[in-house]
Structures are given as structure tokens and as C-alpha cells.
Unconditional design. Structure first.
Ligand code: TRP
Ligand code: ZN
Length: 884
């Protein structure tokens, strides 16, 4: 906990490190009530700087110093200065050795940062600044060192002792035993990892493109050993894909993944020893949904890909976080697109970006992809750094083309292997390899906010000319009022009356060049003039969502219907449907607020019936097209949003779709569920697609309240052999049945799965996110459940997170009880786990987006949190920026 106000760290203050650490030799002595950490650091004055020897400051937090020596000379309290956050001393030679021993208490570490216990297992999480809770060190990513790690623990409780790199020695000493690991690759401390526990593993082999054999091991608690195969398959696919698509080969003889139950995020790319939230590793048909299977595949790939984009080439400082995260998210999303349905992956990613990143960009925590300042770096593992960062890399890919992009990534890895670099270095490699000037493009890294791209058009039949006028702008964000024009790649086509793309010829071109092109919009106002356009086209703009901007073109609803049925780009077909649905949802919301009779535009139903009738469409795409924009997304589109009215509007429109298509859904459900019942569970795209459409059909059909469907839903719940079907049925039952009936269903589910913590997370979140079951009284009951714990982030996300982010009806109750509840939980969490506390606060940071009544209530809760003494730096930063 902080004693004074946290400082702001600025990118403009960056200075190279005074000293470097050539070698780091660590020895851990693990015990039940303490651990001793001995660190021997072989150090030198940074040879890039002058010969003077400034004071050396090593950072350390919550460490009890037992001894420290300089070049084997024990130091006494007069020789150094010790504070809460660091130790300083004066070196006397350019090369020297520091030896220190500290005592820590992993068993009491509830922040899950540094060395901690998850259940009976010891594990670490060092990114971003957790290593300083393990030993005194230069805990910054531009200090890279060769690590050797020895771990000593009791044999019985901790038969497995792991660290980064290769096992080089091991032995026994009575009841205790030890292992020594050596990592040949210099790395920053944030990539250090250690695991000790009673774990089993599945093992496999991978032969790399240069025919080296790599041992692959996934370690889990013994009861989960039957849930590792999917992660292992995903790992092997990732390794092959990175060779084929990026030419990147794995570089150690062993690659290990360990699953832990208590983890702040999804997973961590520690060199050769990835540590995962068990929710991102474990998957088998009976206990994991299709969504979970795909998440495991994506996260395994993400962490594996970091071995090059993050570890071999790392970040100079934490302002460059998106250098590794944006690039790696782009890489994993392309991998997932190749493994499954490319269009569906894009629809999911764009829906996520627009709901969460655009909201962040429009709020008090808005920041550029490369932030200029922060107080607590943990708060900057954001959707802007990850998802917008990935969009920025995707735009480079779009502007350069696949071939030049690959040349750029080859140059980047070759130029910077073993270095800690910046986003500018990444862009420079892309520019140098392609010969395409990216100077203006770099503004995407420094400018926050979501750009608007307003488009108008003109058609002149006489000259057969068509003009598109583009006007870009970007709203002000905190500390950034002036915005400059960005490079916006617009991938587009001109759709003719028959639904086909017309040839595209700019006025200054001799011939038409293709029917789909990418134009870079670079100015605040810019016009494209097209010649030889035989009829007035409908523009299909931003195909595949070629830039993360809000497109404003005044499509009529008839034009949207036309694009929905005809656009050559499947993403834009979906997008037209989303725009049409959004217009209807906004209209119905207005009617509700004004107490008018609700009238739902019949064109939405007409357009959706064309979707059902279109045999060219993939089942997964149909499911996506029947998925309306979420309540959370609609809230972002309406100033001073009335969340209650929006929830009601969404509910009415969904029910209207349900009754309009009851026969179709009923029939579709019978057809698809029959196939599912006859097919063993397979975790592949075509099966994901069928189950998603089957569940959508069931969901809508259940919304009609039909008893027929209720029986079918109960039957699916009781007889399905996989969690995808069972969980979907459970959630429709909980939202559709009377409380007494749904309680019985929930009870039978919890009886069956009480022993499986991840399945119980699903059980918790189905209830916490339910507008029917998830009232505050029920939420309190869930929190009192034996299996709930505020110390386990997955449980916190399953109950508190699901409530505040998905159960918008109850969270935004006009009596303010939802806000007060969340504030209570944030306060309680802050003394246990500040990172999670700050994350849970996110929904309250959006307070200015709501109607005045809600604003006042949300603000009061923010003030109440702010008034607490001893706030963590994490929560302090979010609260103070939110109220500023
Ligand atoms: N680098 C991790 C990733 O792959 C992020 C991460 C994992 C993390 N655990 C963390 C960040 C804890 C902050 C704190 O995205
Ligand atoms: Zn990452």
C-alpha cells in the first residue's frame, strides 16, 4: 500500500540504465511460512555511458533484507540507504558483484504479483513490475541478463521444481530436493518464472523447421490431466504456423506451460515456461464450451508467439508495451482466423473493439497506443494497448500488403534480436523493408481517441463520375485537445444495382484497376473521384473493417438491406445488418423513453428472413447476423444513455425477432440438434458453427415462452455430451423459467460439477449476468457460497465482473444499489489484490455516459472510494482520473 501519492512516470523522462546486469544467479529456499531468495548479480557500468560511477539504486518491495555484500564484502547499514521501495549504494569499480538475501512471504501474497501460492503450488508473475517483490534488482525491461535459478523445496509437497531454460542439475538433501535451471537467452526480469508443486504433465515432441526436436510439456494438477490435449494440439499448430507465416522457429530444447488457478490475467509468456490461468489451458468437451476451446487455442498461440514478438525482441520501457502486445494480438488473431472461420473471427474482434476499446477511448482513462505517462503500469494492460494496438499493426499490413509486411517483420526480428526496442523501431523496419513512408502513419501511436470518418458522395450521370468526400476528425481526449489527420486505409468497393462490384478507375487513371481497392485517406478533407461509373453505386466502405474508425455515411435502411444481402465482403454484409439493427434499437429506445407506442421497423425482419433463406451463408455467419449489437454497445452510441430503456428495447426487439421466426427457429433447432446428438464433440470450425446456430435458434425460440421449446431446452440441458450445449441451455432456462424451476436446474448442475472450479465459474456467471436471476440479493447469496472467494480472480470476474459488465439492467438500477455494491467490492478487493480492484472499477469510470440521475449516483460511489485511506496506486490512478 502506498503511503504518499503515486508519482506520474513520463516517457519523455526515459534514460538508459546506469548499470547493467550481465548475469543473475538466483537461489530460492521455499518453505511453508517464508522463502529465502539469494541473488548474485554480476554487474557493470553501462558501457554506452561515460566512465563515472553514479549511485546504484536497486528496486525492491515488501522484502526483508537479511544481508547484502558488494564484491564479497558484507555491507553494514552505513554502506547503503534502504527505503520502502529501493536500496542504494556506491559501487567503486566499473565491474562488480552484488549478493543479497531477502526473506519474503509467498503464502500471504494475495496480490498475485511476485512469488505467491496458488493453492498448494508456488508460482510467479513478474510482468510488469513483480520481480521487485522477489529480490532487489534493476526491474526494467531494458536490463537484460542471463539467469541461472536454483530452487530448493520439500520433495513430498513439491516434486516438480521449474524455471526458465534448461534443467542443468538436480539433487536431494534429506526431505528436500533441488533443481538448477539455466536460460541461455538474456532476458528482462519480467520474463522470469518459477514453479514448485505437485504437478502432472502431458508430454509431446515438436520437430522444428531446421529439424531440431523440442520437448513440450503441459503441467497441471493431477485431477486435470485429462484436459490438456487441446492446449497441446494448439501449441503444436502455433509452432508450425509461426514457422510458415513468419519464418520464426522455437529456440530452446524445451517449452513448458503450467496451469494455475489464481491468476490476474489470461497467461504470461515467461521464457520457456509460460504460466497460464487454468481457464486458458484446460478444455475437454464435457466441461468447456466452444468459446473456451477457442480461447485456449488463441491464448496458447498468443503466449507462444511472444517468444519472438516480446522475448527475443522486447520492449525498451513500458510505454512501448503495445510493441509486443499489439503485434502479438495481431499475430494470434490471424492464426485463429486461419484455424477457424476468418470472417467470424473478424466480426467477433470488431464487436469487441467497438464495445470496449471505443468506450475506453471515449472515457477518462483514454490513452494513446503508446501512452505518454502513467502512474501504475498495471492499469495500462488495456484494450487500447492490446486491441487498438493490433488494429494499428493490421493497418500496416493492409497498407504494405502481405509480402512487404513479411519483409518488414523479417527485418525487425533480424535487426533487433536480443534488444529492447521501441514502437518507432518496429515502424522503421516496416518502412525500410517496404520503401513505403510511414511518417504520418505513426500518429496512430501517439494520438488517443477514436477517429470519425464522415463520408458523403455525389454521382453525375452525364459524365459518369462518382465522387466520395472524406472528412476525418477525432474528439478531444484527456491532455490531448488538438488532433492531427491520420492515415486511414479505406478498403472499398462500389456496389452496382445488380449487387456486383463495379470496376474501379480513379479520374487520373487510364484503366480500371480491379473491383476492390485500398485508398489511404491522409488529409482532414479529401475527395476521391471515380470515372466510367455507369450507374449510381452504393459505396461499400471500410471492408473487413480496414481501419479502427467510426464510419459515418448516411445509408438509408433500404441501402443497408441491400448491402446485407449483396455485399461482396462478408464482413460488410454483417456490418450492414449491425447498422440496421442499431438504428432500430435506437429508435425503439427513444419510443420507450418518450412513452410512445413501440413500433419495430419491419425491414429488420425482412432483412433477417433473407439471411435465413440465403444458402450461400456459412452457419456461423448466420449466427453472427442474428446476434444483435449488445446493450453495452448501444449504450456507447447514445449520449446520456438510459441503460434501463436500452435493456428494455433490446429485449423487445429480440422477442419480436423470436416470434417473427418461431417456426423457422423451431425447425432449424430440431434439424441441428439432431445432427449434434449424432455427432461426437469435435473442436473444429464447422462444428463450432453448427452449435452456435443451434444455440441461437434455441435462444430465440425460448424467448417466445413456448412450452414445447422449454421441454426441448431441458432435454438439451440434460442429455448433451458437451458443455457448449449444456451451458447455453442452462442460461436460457435460468432466464426463461420461473425461479423455482430454474433453482432446481441450477442445483442439479452444481451437484454434478461442484468439484470442477472452472465449470462452477460458468455456473456463477450465468446467474450473476442474468436479468432474471441476478438481482442483488441473489448476488450476495452467490458471494456467500462455499466455492466463492474474493481472493480468486476467476471467481471475482465470474460474479462481480459478470454482474457489472453484463447484467446492465440490475447494475444500472435507478436506486443506485448496483453501483454501491460494486464500490463495496472494489474497496474490499483493493486490500487483497489492487490489480483486480482497479479492473473491476471500469464500469464506474463510464459514469459521464449515462443520464444525469445515474451519473450522480455513480459519481457518489466513486467519491466514496476516493475518500478511503490507503488506496493502492492502481485504484488511486483510476479514481483520480475518473473524477478529474
Ligand atoms: N504479457 C501477458 C500477455 O500475454 C499479460 C499479463 C499476464 C499480465 N499476467 C499479467 C500483465 C499480470 C499484468 C499483470 O498478455
Ligand atoms: Zn501478450
Amino acid at each position: 500500500m502506498r503511503t504518499d501519492q503515486p508519482k506520474t512516470i513520463r516517457l519523455s523522462d526515459y534514460q538508459a540504465p546506469d548499470y547493467l546486469i550481465k548475469e543473475t544467479h538466483l537461489t530460492f529456499d521455499l518453505h511453508e511460512d517464508y522463502a529465502l531468495v539469494h541473488a548474485q548479480l554480476i554487474m557493470q557500468r553501462n558501457p554506452e555511458l561515460d566512465a563515472q560511477l553514479p549511485v546504484l539504486t536497486l528496486v525492491g518491495q515488501e522484502l526483508v533484507l537479511e544481508r547484502i555484500a558488494l564484491n564479497d564484502q558484507e555491507l553494514t547499514a552505513n554502506d547503503y540507504q534502504l527505503t520502502e521501495t529501493d536500496i542504494s549504494l556506491q559501487p567503486t569499480t566499473a565491474e562488480f558483484t552484488i549478493d543479497s538475501t531477502v526473506r519474503i512471504e509467498p503464502q500471504n501474497n494475495t496480490a498475485l504479483e511476485g512469488l505467491y501460492k496458488s493453492g498448494k503450488m508456488f508460482c510467479t508473475q513478474c510482468e510488469a513490475e513483480g520481480f521487485r517483490k522477489i529480490t532487489y534488482y534493476l526491474d526494467r525491461p531494458d536490463v537484460m541478463s542471463r539467469f541461472t535459478t536454483t530452487i530448493t523445496a520439500e520433495q513430498q509437497g513439491y516434486p516438480v521444481l521449474l524455471s526458465n531454460g534448461n534443467l542443468v542439475a538436480s539433487g536431494e538433501e534429506g526431505e528436500r530436493h533441488w533443481t538448477t535451471w539455466q536460460d541461455p537467452f538474456p532476458k528482462p526480469a519480467y520474463l522470469f518464472a518459477l514453479v514448485a508443486g505437485d504437478l502432472w504433465c502431458v508430454e509431446d515432441k515438436f520437430t522444428t523447421m531446421s529439424q531440431r526436436e523440442v520437448t513440450l510439456r503441459i503441467f497441471v494438477e493431477p485431477e486435470n490431466i485429462d484436459k490438456c490435449q487441446h492446449a497441446m494440439n494448439s501449441l503444436k499448430k502455433s509452432m508450425r504456423w509461426d514457422e510458415q507465416v513468419y519464418g520464426r522457429e522455437y529456440d530452446l530444447d524445451i517449452f513448458m506451460i503450467v496451469a494455475v488457478n489464481d491468476f490476474n490475467m489470461g497467461a504470461m509468456e515467461n521464457k520457456g515456461l509460460n504460466i497460464f490461468n487454468s481457464s486458458c489451458v484446460l478444455a475437454k468437451a464435457q466441461t468447456a464450451t466452444d468459446t473456451a476451446f477457442q480461447r485456449v487455442e488463441g491464448v496458447v498461440a498468443h503466449e507462444y508467439f511472444h517468444n519472438w514478438s516480446g522475448n527475443r525482441v522486447t520492449c525498451r520501457d513500458w510505454f512501448q508495451l503495445s510493441l509486443k502486445e499489439g503485434f502479438t494480438v495481431f499475430r494470434d488473431s490471424e492464426f485463429s482466423a486461419d484455424m477457424n472461420s476468418r470472417p467470424v473471427k473478424r466480426m467477433e474482434d470488431v464487436a469487441f473493439l467497438r464495445t470496449h476499446q471505443y468506450a475506453e477511448d471515449a472515457g477518462p482513462m483514454a490513452h494513446p497506443v503508446r501512452p505518454a505517462e502513467y502512474m501504475e503500469i498495471s492499469n495500462f494492460y488495456t484494450v487500447t494497448i492490446y486491441e487498438k494496438g493490433a488494429e494499428v499493426v493490421r493497418m500496416i499490413h493492409t497498407l504494405l500488403g502481405a509480402e512487404n509486411f513479411r519483409k518488414g517483420s523479417d527485418l525487425y526480428f533480424q535487426r533487433h534480436d536480443g534488444q529492447a526496442v521501441t514502437c518507432d523501431d518496429f515502424v522503421a523496419a516496416m518502412q525500410d523493408a517496404s520503401g513505403i513512408d510511414l511518417t504520418q502513419f505513426k500518429r496512430w501511436y501517439s494520438q488517443a481517441g477514436t477517429p470519425r470518418l464522415q463520408v458523403t458522395d455525389e454521382y453525375d450521370a452525364a459524365s459518369q463520375t462518382y465522387k466520395l468526400h472524406f472528412e476525418q476528425s477525432c474528439p478531444a481526449t484527456p491532455n490531448q485537445t488538438e488532433k492531427q489527420p491520420l492515415v486511414i486505409p479505406v478498403k472499398m468497393g462500389l456496389v452496382g444495382g445488380c449487387g456486383l462490384d463495379m470496376p474501379i478507375q480513379l479520374a487520373d487513371e487510364v484503366n480500371a484497376q480491379g473491383t476492390e481497392r485500398v485508398f489511404a485517406i491522409t488529409q482532414a478533407e479529401q475527395t476521391l473521384t471515380f470515372s466510367n461509373v455507369p450507374q449510381q453505386p452504393i459505396p461499400s466502405l471500410l471492408r473487413g473493417y480496414s481501419a479502427p474508425v467510426i464510419l459515418q455515411y448516411n445509408y438509408s435502411r433500404d441501402q443497408l438491406m441491400f448491402l446485407m444481402a449483396n455485399d461482396n465482403d462478408s464482413f460488410n454484409r454483417w456490418e450492414a445488418g449491425q447498422q440496421l439493427a442499431l438504428a432500430v434499437l435506437k429508435e425503439v429506445t427513444e419510443q420507450i423513453i418518450n412513452n410512445q407506442e413501440v413500433q419495430i421497423d419491419g425491414r429488420l425482419i425482412k432483412a433477417l428472413s433473407a439471411v435465413l433463406a440465403d444458402s450461400r451463408l456459412d452457419q456461423a455467419v448466420v449466427a453472427q447476423m442474428f446476434t444483435l449489437p449488445s446493450e453495452a454497445y448501444v449504450i456507447e452510441q447514445i449520449p446520456e444513455a438510459d441503460a434501463g430503456a436500452i435493456c428494455k428495447a433490446c429485449d423487445l426487439v429480440r422477442k419480436h425477432i423470436a416470434t417473427s421466426f418461431y417456426e423457422e427457429f423451431h425447425e432449424l433447432y430440431l434439424e441441428l440438434s439432431t445432427i449434434s446428438a449424432q455427432t461426437p464433440y469435435i473442436a473444429e470450425a464447422e462444428h463450432f458453427a453448427r452449435r452456435s446456430l443451434q444455440n441461437i435458434a434455441l435462444k430465440y425460440a425460448m424467448l417466445t415462452g413456448s412450452e414445447d421449446m422449454e421441454d426441448l431446452c431441458l432435454q438439451q440441458f440434460e442429455t448433451a455430451d458437451n458443455m457448449t450445449e449444456r451451458l447455453a441451455a442452462l442460461s436460457y432456462l435460468v432466464n426463461g423459467l420461473s425461479r423455482a424451476k430454474s433453482d432446481a436446474v441450477l442445483a442439479s448442475f452444481s451437484k454434478e460439477f461442484a468439484h470442477d472450479s472452472l465449470v462452477m465459474d460458468l455456473w456463477f456467471s450465468v446467474q450473476a449476468s442474468s436479468p432474471k436471476a441476478g438481482d442483488l440479493e441473489h448476488l450476495r447469496a452467490l458471494m456467500a457460497h462455499d466455492l466463492f472467494s474474493l481472493k480468486n480472480p476467476n471467481k471475482v470476474r465470474a460474479v462481480i465482473g459478470a454482474f457489472a459488465n453484463q447484467n446492465l439492467l440490475h447494475f444500472h438500477d435507478d436506486n443506485g444499489s448496483g453501483y454501491a455494491f460494486l464500490a463495496d467490492q472494489v474497496i474490499a478487493l483493493d486490500s487483497l489484490n489492487p490489480q483486480i480492484a482497479a479492473r473491476m472499477l471500469t464500469p464506474l469510470t463510464r459514469w459521464r455516459r449515462f443520464k444525469p440521475h445515474s451519473q450522480a449516483l455513480m459519481r457518489a460511489q466513486l467519491e466514496r472510494i476516493k475518500a478511503k485511506a490507503q488506496l493502492s496506486a492502481d485504484v488511486f490512478e483510476v479514481i483520480s482520473k475518473t473524477l478529474a
